[in-house]
Design a protein around this ligand. Structure first.
Ligand code: SAM
Length: 247
């Protein structure tokens, strides 16, 4: 990995090389984007119990359940009313896409033809999420909770996913939080944990990634960095997405 992309600087309001997110955005993607960022195939999903942590308004869980997966989503915002969540979506999507349009050089659209198409996909995902949340929150498909402590038993899930939360918001959460969160994701998984990306909103790789992987290995948790041909935040054109996979 190219060590020149490591940095200690944090984005400021005037930083043209990062999206400035002062809080964690309530922003989410559709299943097809999850399949690419987490290197998943349908065999990972069908008939398996899958947990999406920091799921936000992603439609992954709704779509995966429709495909025969036993999927559950967890987010600190779950438990709010549908109207309150819709309000968060309205505010955070407006902020996110205003910044993306102001700093288009930060985004690798990859499979999207334009920012409009990327926005359309994510807005469709959030609409599907809201409908599914309204129908299935009472059935326990959407669980309120937050890392680094998850309300699940050891090894409850075949596969655990965590997208666009850990490492993405490294400016808001310290190293100890990241290590504890990774351990907790592994605790509730009996097979694999996939985390994406391993970089922040400027595409800069998490500066403590080597130390974190060494600490996890010390606990017997092996991890593997996997290059994926999908990364939305990418200031460095030669850096494609990286996924941290532990098993
Ligand atoms: C940008 S969204 C990611 C949504 C989805 N995983 C994706 O990749 O499209 C980040 C989510 O992390 C959630 N979050 C914030 N603090 C958290 C915590 N301590 N544990 C778990 N999720 C958290 C936020 O509520 C937000 O919905």
């Amino acid at each position: 990995m190219n060590t020149n992309i490591y940095t200690h600087s944090q984005p400021t309001d005037t930083d043209n090389n990062a999206l400035v997110l002062k809080t964690v955005a309530f922003f989410g993607r559709a299943l097809d984007e999850y399949m690419r960022i987490f290197s998943l195939t349908h065999a990972h999903l069908r008939g398996r119990r899958v947990l999406d942590v920091a799921a936000g308004p992603s439609s992954f869980t709704a779509e995966a359940c429709a495909l025969g997966c036993d999927a559950i989503a967890l987010d600190p915002s779950y438990g709010m009313t549908v109207d309150a969540l819709a309000g968060h979506i309205q505010i955070d999507y407006a902020n996110m896409f205003a910044q993306i349009r102001a700093k288009p050089h930060l985004c690798q659209l990859r499979t999207f033809a334009s920012i409009d198409e990327a926005e359309g996909s994510r807005r469709a995902a959030s609409a599907r999420f809201l409908g599914d949340y309204a129908a299935h929150f009472v059935h326990g498909r959407y669980v309120g909770g937050a890392l680094p402590k998850l309300p699940f038993e050891h090894g409850e899930f075949d596969l655990v996913l965590c997208g666009h939360f850990l490492f993405t918001y490294a400016m808001l959460f310290d190293y100890e939080f990241h290590v504890a969160a990774c351990r907790e994701l592994v605790r509730v998984s009996r097979d694999e944990v996939h985390i994406h990306p391993v970089s922040d909103t400027a595409g800069r790789v998490y500066q403590h990634l080597d130390a974190l992987r060494a600490d996890l290995l010390h606990d017997g948790i092996e991890s593997e960095l996997i290059a994926v041909d999908q990364a939305f935040f990418g200031f460095f054109p030669d850096l494609c997405g990286y996924e941290l996979k532990s098993s």
